[in-house]
Design a protein around this ligand. Structure first.
Ligand code: SAM
Length: 251
């Protein structure tokens, strides 16, 4: 927990400037395809960046963000003043995803869990909890780092995307970013090296992730790598329970 409290101090300084991260959040929000009145869960919402993207896509969605790090939630709360509709639509809650998700069964139409699963003690418990709170047909967007993740391919992807967006000016933009963000970048890289070294964290191979998601009751829709190939982007749905053979037999 103390680690995430420290991470909260630098998180947005770097992440909000990283083009692959912004693309990833956009893709996650679009994948949930939220409709007016839907209730969406962001499990491990951090500083609320995904919630921001979600509300921009569908201002009439209702969203709940939960996280156990007060410093992350505090930063998410500060964004509320800048984002139209936030205070009427978003609820932030402090809760530990190592236990249970503090909601009843089948209350959400969609759920996002972005770069959190690897950090919890029991990824299977978290996925079963998300499965429980999703209604039947509800969609899960799960983003989580692969086995042996690296940070430099993400920066490489950032430069690539910057080159595409600003073909002539990108060297000036990039130099400006490096100069302004250097101290944050240094701390960010150290913290990421720490994450990589944590033996208690779960960096999953493709097959491990697929079986985990399916064992927790989801039906896999798609799985690809994003974020400079340093994140799995998985879409899954909570299927209707299968009718029991015996039930049909005795009808
Ligand atoms: C890498 S950040 C990702 C934040 C956010 N999802 C995003 O994409 O920007 C990981 C987040 O997971 C939260 N987290 C880690 N373990 C948790 C737990 N057991 N319960 C609740 N939140 C947890 C951290 O506090 C942190 O905000």
């Amino acid at each position: 927990m103390i680690f995430w409290q420290i991470y909260a101090l630098v998180y947005d300084h770097i992440m909000l400037h990283l083009l692959p991260y912004r693309r990833l959040l956009d893709a996650a929000a679009k994948s949930l395809n939220p409709k007016s009145g839907w209730h969406i869960l962001d499990a491990g919402c951090g500083t609320g960046n995904f919630l921001h993207h979600l509300l921009r896509l569908e201002p009439k969605v209702k969203a709940d963000g939960i996280d156990f790090a007060p410093a992350m939630l505090q930063r998410a709360g500060l964004k509320s003043k800048k984002i139209v509709n936030w205070e009427h639509r978003v609820t932030l809650r402090e809760a530990d995803l190592n236990t249970f998700i503090p909601y009843g069964d089948e209350v959400f139409q969609g759920a996002a869990c972005i770069n959190v699963l690897y950090a919890v003690k029991r990824p299977d418990l978290l996925l079963k909890e998300i499965h429980r709170v999703l209604e039947i047909g509800g969609k899960l967007v799960l983003v989580t780092p692969p086995f042996e993740p690296k940070i430099f391919p993400v920066f490489k992807e950032h430069v690539q995307q910057m080159k595409e967006g600003k073909p002539y000016y990108w060297p000036f933009f990039l130099s400006g970013q490096i100069l302004c963000l250097a101290p944050w970048l240094f701390i960010f890289i150290i913290l990421n090296m720490f994450i990589k070294k944590q033996e208690s964290f779960h960096f999953l191979k493709r097959e491990e992730l697929i079986s985990l998601v399916e064992e927790c009751g989801f039906e896999l829709l798609s799985l690809e790598k994003v974020y400079g190939d340093q994140d799995w982007f998985l879409e899954a749905v909570k299927p209707a329970p299968e009718e029991k053979e015996e039930g049909l037999f005795f009808k």
